[in-house]
Every structure is written in C-alpha cells, then in structure tokens.
Design a protein. Structure first.
Length: 206
C-alpha cells in the first residue's frame, strides 16, 4: 500500500496546440486565449495540490510562412517566460499534401506539422517523476499518445514504492466530439465557466 503524501506537489504540462483545439471545439474560441498560469492554479486549488512548476510546449510557425501566428506565439511565449513558466517551442515543419475534393479533383498545398513536441512532453513527465520532482503530473491534453507515459508513471510508482498520480485536464462541452481524457489517467474536465475564468487578459493578436 503506497502512502499518499499529505501535501501533493504538482507540475503542469501544457500541450498548447492540443489544448487550443479542444477549447475551439468545446467553446468556439478561434485563438489560444487561455492563461496557463490561471488554469494550472485553478486546477491545483480545486484539488488541494501545491503548484511547483508550469511547463508549456507548442509548435510555432516560421515567420516566412505565417507572420501573424509567429508574432502571436513569440509575444505569448515571451510573456509566459517572464512569469516563470518553462517554455519549450519548436518551429513547425511543412510538407506538401494532396487533397481529393468532393468533385473528384485534387488540390495540393502546404500542411504544417508539429514535430517533437509530444516526445519532449513525454520525456519531461517521466524524467521529473524519476527525479521525484512532483507527486501529481497535470497534463493539459487529450492526446492518446500519452497513455504510454501514464503506463510508465504507474510502473515507476510501483518500482519506487512512491505515490504518483497523472491526470489529464481538458475542455469539454456538449459540442465536444472528443469527451475523453488520456487513457490510464484521472480526468479533469474543464467546463465553460472554469475556462472563461482562466482567459488571458492580454490579446496577443494585437
């Protein structure tokens, strides 16, 4: 029987693009308007956890491909860093993809792909657990690739005989097609009221 610590140290891991797409589907927002600091603090406060660190991960478009979103993310990530949040970003990669249209014709265009972000999150979640830097990992994502991370954390908990929890926090509403968190984790559902209380007061589109 693992002993549950009376004070649970938490680290928040934000999959920025996954969280944005979840919020867009659930609440209709058209840009990443959430504040990671407010969201992480709210989740920790609601559950009685002690916030130790916030880590934010996202792909960023190259300025030559998308000047608007490059400027947006550069400004937002800069502010997050000044607030003490650990930021990890990588430039999006682009490849040509052919799409078949309903009329039978085809159209080709550049498609942006986020490479390496999921791997970095997974490595950090496991690395920090091994170093005993948290008791609770809060992963703001619904990406099922992280289910293997959850398996690894449970195995580590058994091997080290240490109580460790991993949770998946994600937006959800009646319009959400995906209402599932990461398999093998505890789920924290972020409803509209909670999300709206954690919107970033600054609009980085300006």
């Amino acid at each position: 029987m693992l002993i549950e610590p009376p004070t649970k140290r938490a680290v928040a891991f934000f999959d920025g693009q996954n969280l944005f797409h979840g919020a867009r589907e659930a609440f209709g927002y058209t840009y990443p308007n959430f504040c990671p600091l407010r969201l992480a603090s709210r989740v920790c406060s609601d559950n009685g956890w002690s916030m130790q660190e916030i880590r934010f991960y996202t792909g960023v478009p190259d300025i030559d491909h998308d000047k608007f979103w490059n400027k947006f993310w550069t400004a937002k990530l800069g502010t997050l860093g000044h607030r003490g949040i650990v930021v990890y970003s990588r430039t999006l990669r682009y490849r040509n993809q052919v799409f078949r249209l309903l009329d039978g014709n085809t159209w080709s265009g550049l498609v942006a792909e986020e490479k390496g972000i999921d791997v970095r999150i997974a490595l950090d979640v496991v690395r920090m657990a091994r170093k005993d830097q948290y008791d609770v990992a809060i992963v703001f994502s619904q990406d099922q690739d992280f289910s293997e991370v959850a398996d690894e954390i449970r195995a580590l908990s058994r091997e080290s005989r240490r109580w460790i929890k991993i949770v998946s926090a994600f937006p959800v509403s009646p319009t959400s097609q995906n209402k599932r968190g990461i398999n093998g984790t505890d789920w924290i559902r972020i409803d509209r009221t909670m999300y709206d209380s954690c919107i970033d007061p600054r609009d980085y589109r300006q």
